[in-house]
Design a protein around this ligand. Sequence first.
Ligand SMILES: CC(C)(COP(=O)(O)OP(=O)(O)OC[C@H]1O[C@@H](n2cnc3c(N)ncnc32)[C@H](O)[C@@H]1OP(=O)(O)O)[C@@H](O)C(=O)NCCC(=O)NCCS
Length: 165
Amino acid sequence: MEAHQYPKGTKTVSQSRTEVTRTVFYQDINGFNRLFGGRLMEWIDEAAGIAARRHCGSTITTACVDQLEFKHAVHLDDDVVIIAKVTYVGRTSLEVRVDSYVEEYDTRERNLINTAFLTEVCIDENGKATPIEYGLELEGDDERTEWESATKRLIFRKTRKAEGF
Ligand SMILES: CC(C)(COP(=O)(O)OP(=O)(O)OC[C@H]1O[C@@H](n2cnc3c(N)ncnc32)[C@H](O)[C@@H]1OP(=O)(O)O)[C@@H](O)C(=O)NCCC(=O)NCCS
């Protein structure tokens, strides 16, 4: 993987980590009283965008969303916790992992409902991809493992794009 220069140094994962909690209201549910999948996608995209912007310190846009698998139903009045963390920083793009949970409001026990990986691209005032000025400082084995996994996902995305599927 080619090395990039980051003129402003590095930021840690925790510096851009974003946690958002949403309560499911009537306008968020479908005809079966379950959270509308598109609403969760919106919340995930928003959290990933905030984390990416915090890391880059400038404007970003979402280029790609991978893996939206809905593991459990979410119902009216549930609290949904969405946690976004930067996993990998490239030249102009970065990957953000977003884990979503239903949280039991008494015990605060969390049940994972979705994990998504979003590619965000740093853009200039003309909307063109522009270099990210901060690298990612990895702290601990989990963050190093996540970076390694992200490089595999990056290769997979490039293969997918090259082969047109
Ligand atoms: C994202 C966008 C700026 C990228 O422009 P582009 O001309 O493809 O730019 P490049 O080919 O130079 O790629 C820029 C970076 O994005 C990455 N990238 C581009 N398309 C990608 C995709 N589909 N999936 C994953 N990464 C992608 C490239 O790998 C590159 O990363 P790197 O610099 O870290 O190596 C452009 O496609 C765009 O504006 N898309 C619309 C985004 C938008 O409006 N999103 C909101 C939801 S509708």
